[in-house]
Design a protein around this ligand. Structure first.
Ligand code: ARG
Length: 566
């Protein structure tokens, strides 16, 4: 596509003595609104070099320029040189590119032959998969898709919480009070009941805690009974989680969770020992991080068992060896910021310069209107229920508004789930928020269904027009404000994806496609598309096709479907 910044720099450097195009490019800015031009070049910084006032420099530059086909106007306002892009050239450039590239418009191969790990979701087995997991799951999945689209070899990892002393407790509880059939009929709630019961009983009978420690030790030593029970708990839990992943169309490349690293830790602890990082503290092994203003990290308990943080250290080292990653991304809540800082520091202290490529992407907490979520107090909203309710509500709306729609079930799924995802991906990642059913199920305003609806509107026009979309159109028809607004947004799509990738912030894309939808709807209302005039119709249909295509790509990057009808 045309790089207008480049064209601008050429024009200036060709006609003005003593200014290189590099210098110019550094100066160029995007003005706050288009009335001031598409690009502006402030001349303040040139005053010293030319020994003139910025205003005079700007005037002289404008006078020296010959003008070219890329800009319809170049003028100075005070110390600024303002460049107005030729709208016809812009329209032709952008729309031809979308037409040629179709659904890969906006993609580049910046990521070619680079492995990027995106670790996300990572729930704990035997525990509910609840609304608190929605953000890691949905943001992580979007990031995975964004990296892929930009040519990275993205690897989705689910670091399941499938290890730790709590499995000792669960085994003890199961052996005392559990029933296999009851659990299999309703795994997570039943396992949770056992877990809660364990804690209640352990208050009266502290020996239970010793037993639990013993069973975890057995698990670490690969005792067959412990392993069999653990495997079964893992299997039934994963079956539950997979139902949600299926609804969201999420596929992981690996479910190597915490347990996967159980036999990889001794070597790692040994390495830390050799590097002189470990100190004894009351029989346990810790890494003192005081000089980095952090509390010590407990690596190995007195009884020899390892911890969450030890497994993260082992996992990162394993991943570097296995995938030689360019980035190793962790989409995990902001409560764990310290945890990540600690272990990434330890990796660095072990002498691994790739510690800097391990990136924690934190997000704010979700709480409920009735307070923070608590599994033990039963104050928990299951993710699956949220998705199902959204689909139910969408079904009702369809029954009311469009009962003859084909594939009602499928569309209700795509729109209902899309609504939940879109709302989740509109929030700035780092902000805390309170979950509300009303907000999640609101379909008015700048929501997922609104953007999806715009996509179906464009699809329907293209169907009704029943002509072959062609890129040989009269682009001078597409220079009115309503058309140009859409075209400019389409032009900026690739940069938005790159920004989203660099900042690990999918909400940039959510916002951008909302803007495209709004701009397209304004265009639709002010410019009749299926007009009598053939040339007008052809040009506006091409714009419609381009807007539809980019909206769809944007939704798909977020993990959201774009139905043709709704
Ligand atoms: N299972 C953990 C939890 O639910 C999240 C795991 C995050 N990933 C990691 N590598 N520590 O809190």
């Amino acid at each position: 596509m045309i790089d207008f910044r480049e064209k601008l720099s050429e024009e200036v450097s060709n006609n003005v003595k003593d200014l290189t195009s590099e210098e110019i490019k550094e100066l160029v800015e995007i003005p706050p609104n288009y009335d001031m031009g598409d690009y502006a070049m402030p001349c303040f910084r040139l005053a010293k070099k030319f020994r003139k006032s910025p205003q005079i420099i700007a005037e002289e530059i404008v006078n020296a320029l010959k003008g070219n086909q890329y800009f319809e106007r170049i003028e100075n306002v005070g110390p600024y040189v303002n460049f107005f892009v030729n709208k016809e050239v812009l329209a032709e450039d952008v729309l031809k590119e979308v037409f040629d590239k179709k659904e890969s418009y906006g993609a580049t191969d910046v990521g070619k032959s680079r492995n990027v790990i995106v670790e996300f979701s990572s729930p704990n087995i035997a525990k509910p998969f609840h609304i608190g997991h929605i953000r890691t799951t949905v943001i992580g999945h979007a990031l995975y898709r964004i990296y892929k689209f930009l040519g990275f070899n993205a690897i989705a990892i689910n670091h399941l919480g499938d290890y730790g002393t709590q499995f000792g407790k669960l085994i003890v509880a199961y052996k005392q009070w559990g029933d296999r059939d009851v659990i299999e009929s309703n795994p997570i709630p039943e396992l949770l009941k056992l877990y809660i019961r364990f804690h209640q009983e352990a208050e009266k009978t502290p020996q239970l805690d010793d037993e639990a420690r013993m069973w975890f030790k057995k698990l670490e030593n690969k005792d067959s009974e412990a392993t069999e029970l653990w495997q079964w708990i893992r299997d039934v839990s994963l079956k539950e989680f997979n139902r949600v992943y299926d609804m969201l169309n999420i596929k992981f490349d690996s479910f190597a969770g915490e347990s996967f690293y159980s036999d990889k830790m001794p070597v790692v602890v040994e390495k830390m020992e050799q590097k002189g990082l470990l100190t004894e503290s009351q029989g346990a092994k810790i890494v003192d991080l005081e000089s980095y203003d952090m509390p010590p990290a407990l690596i190995k308990k007195k009884d020899g068992s390892t911890l969450y943080i030890t497994r993260d250290i082992a996992a990162a080292i394993y991943r570097k060896e296995e995938y030689d990653f360019y980035k190793n991304i962790y989409v995990v809540g902001s409560q764990q910021i310290l945890h990540f800082k600690q272990w990434i520091k330890i990796i660095e202290l072990m002498g691994h310069d790739w510690a800097k490529d391990c990136i924690h992407v934190p997000f704010g907490m979700v709480s409920l209107e009735e307070g923070t979520m608590s599994t033990r107090a039963g104050r928990v909203v299951f993710l699956e229920d949220v998705l199902n309710k959204a689909v139910e509500k969408t079904k009702e709306i369809i029954e009311n508004k469009n009962p003859k729609l084909e594939n009602k079930e499928q569309v209700a799924k795509e729109v209902g789930i899309g609504a939940v995802l879109f709302q989740e991906l509109s929030n700035n990642r780092i902000k805390d928020y309170t979950f509300s059913w009303d907000k999640t199920l609101a379909f008015e305003g700048e929501t997922g269904p609104y953007v999806q609806y715009t996509h179906t509107r464009a699809s329907s026009i293209l169907r009704r027009a029943d002509v072959k979309i062609d890129k040989d159109v009269d682009y001078s028809i597409l220079i009115n404000d309503e058309a140009v607004n859409v075209i400019r947004l389409l032009q900026g799509f690739n940069q938005v994806i790159i920004d989203a990738m660099e900042k690990n912030e999918p909400s940039f894309i959510t916002r951008h496609i909302t803007e495209i939808a709004k701009a397209y709807n304004r265009f639709y209302h002010s410019c009749p598309i299926l007009s009598e005039d053939d040339d007008i119709k052809k040009a506006r249909l091409l714009l419609t096709y381009a807007a539809k295509t980019v909206i769809k790509t944007g939704l798909n990057l977020l993990g959201i479907d774009a139905p043709e009808k709704m």
